[in-house]
Design a protein around this ligand. Structure first.
Ligand SMILES: Nc1ncnc2c1ncn2[C@@H]1O[C@H](COP(=O)(O)OP(=O)(O)OP(=O)(O)O)[C@@H](O)[C@H]1O
Ligand SMILES: [Mg+2]
Length: 407
């Protein structure tokens, strides 16, 4: 990259907050975060825009804050995509190697990936990612990069992620109205996995589970490649609602109680311990047992973990996850999560934080920033293409995308 410095920016539009990060790169590996902007988000629910106006406002605020901190004026950002409209499917492509020497070259790889994409995609869906798991050359499987190998038959196993065009147009509209453009889109779970996982963990087999405010994003890696992607349409906000109803307290107060006194292991809370709970309306606060708070939280978290387990089982890969489950996203900060998860899911569990950045690391090392920091990593990988690459993706661009993502 000629020692030249480049800027990249990420926009994570979440159900509870909009986050913008600006970073300086002197190589794809050295990402120095120089600007952070965070603004409360109210117009997004589980990935979808429910109110354009407030979404635009939230994006504007976050952008402005990040611009002021970094001193960089942003014109385009890499954004996250999530929601029920996103679909992940495995597919196989097969081509014959017809060159005289039968040596596999890049154009064969393009062809086989194209063949793998010929699955039926519903009319309103478009391709977001084509992620290779491995190639097979004749009878030899498990190949990461077949370039230069000799064979007659080349097969590619890929994971294809598609998303609703309408959904993406709505997000594009909001971003555009906030005064910037979308440079690229990345599946939220994939972004989070970039910032919290090591290559070794991907090889070992691991599930990354980002528990947000309104949605849970899941990606499963087996033998280094993406085997499964999915979402569950509830999140940590539902726990707050349960607390609000169960303890008859306003939602804001429930949110504070959850963070300050909460745990999902009720058995560890002394039954005599009490906490002050604000009442609704003008009534004065009451004292309530902290154990009751923990019981409400544990019940909801067990339900979330069972839904997550259901997804892991559905992937057909549960017995291949030697690396266990890595939880991230703001909802992963709740006390006691890893031990409850080990009990419910019966796999190793840990909380993953974004790593591998320099600059303003203290703030962005929270699991709340896993998606946003992962978007930066994605942007950093592509930055060479960025300068002359037109927005959006013809087949050739998609191939470049694919090669970048996988080789
Ligand atoms: N210390 C904590 N203990 C418990 N929960 C927490 C803590 N810190 C944050 N949370 C919860 O994490 C959630 C916010 O997480 P995050 O910022 O990852 O969500 P988001 O990206 O805005 O939403 P989504 O990804 O669902 O669209 C909130 O529900 C918040 O209550
Ligand atoms: Mg999120």
């Amino acid at each position: 990259m000629n020692g030249e410095e480049k800027m990249v920016a990420a926009l994570d539009i979440g159900s509870s907050k909009t986050a913008v990060l600006v970073a300086r790169l002197d190589s794809p590996e050295n990402i120095e975060v120089i600007g952070v902007g965070v603004s409360p988000s109210t117009g997004i629910k589980a990935g979808g825009v429910t109110n354009i106006e407030s979404t635009v406002k939230s994006i504007k605020e976050a952008i402005e804050e990040a611009e002021i901190m970094s001193g960089v004026e942003l014109d385009s950002v890499v954004i996250n995509v999530t929601g029920k409209h996103v679909k992940g499917d495995n597919s196989i492509g097969v081509v014959a190697i017809t060159n005289k020497d039968r040596i596999i070259n890049q154009s064969d790889i393009f062809r086989v990936i194209e063949a793998a994409q010929s699955i039926r995609i519903p009319a309103d869906q478009e391709i977001l990612h084509v992620l290779s798991k491995f190639f097979r050359v004749d009878d030899q499987g498990g190949i990461k990069d077949p370039t230069g190998m000799v064979g007659v038959r080349l097969e590619a196993d890929v994971h294809i992620v598609t998303g609703s065009t309408t959904y993406m147009q709505n997000i594009d509209k909001a971003v555009h109205e906030a005064g910037i453009e979308v440079a690229d889109r990345v599946l939220s779970s994939l972004a989070s996995s970039y910032s919290v996982l090591s290559e070794g963990e991907k090889e070992l087999g691991v599930a990354v589970v980002d528990i947000g405010s309104g949605i849970i994003d899941i990606v499963i890696y087996v033998e280094g490649g993406v085997a499964y992607t999915s979402t569950v349409g509830i999140g940590s906000q539902h726990m707050t609602q349960d607390i609000s109803i169960g303890l008859k307290t306003p939602v804001d107060a429930a949110e504070l109680l959850k963070k300050r006194y909460g745990t999902v292991i009720a058995a560890e809370v002394d039954k005599d311990e009490s906490i002050e709970v604000p009442s609704v309306g003008d009534r004065s606060p009451r004292m309530t047992s902290r154990k009751l708070l923990a019981e409400i939280m544990e019940a909801r978290m067990r339900e979330l973990l069972e839904l997550i387990d259901h997804e892991i089982i559905r992937s057909g890969q549960k017995n291949k996850l030697a690396g266990g489950v890595i939880f991230t996203g703001g909802g992963a900060l709740v006390d006691g999560l890893a031990s409850l998860a080990e009990e419910v899911i019966n796999l190793g569990a840990a909380v993953g934080h974004p790593k591998g950045f320099s600059g303003i690391v203290e703030k962005i090392s929270s699991p709340v920033f896993s998606t946003a920091t992962g978007l930066l990593q994605y942007a950093a990988q592509y930055t060479d293409f960025k300068t002359d690459r037109k927005k959006n993706t013809g087949m050739l661009d998609r191939m470049k995308n694919w090669i970048q993502e996988n080789l």
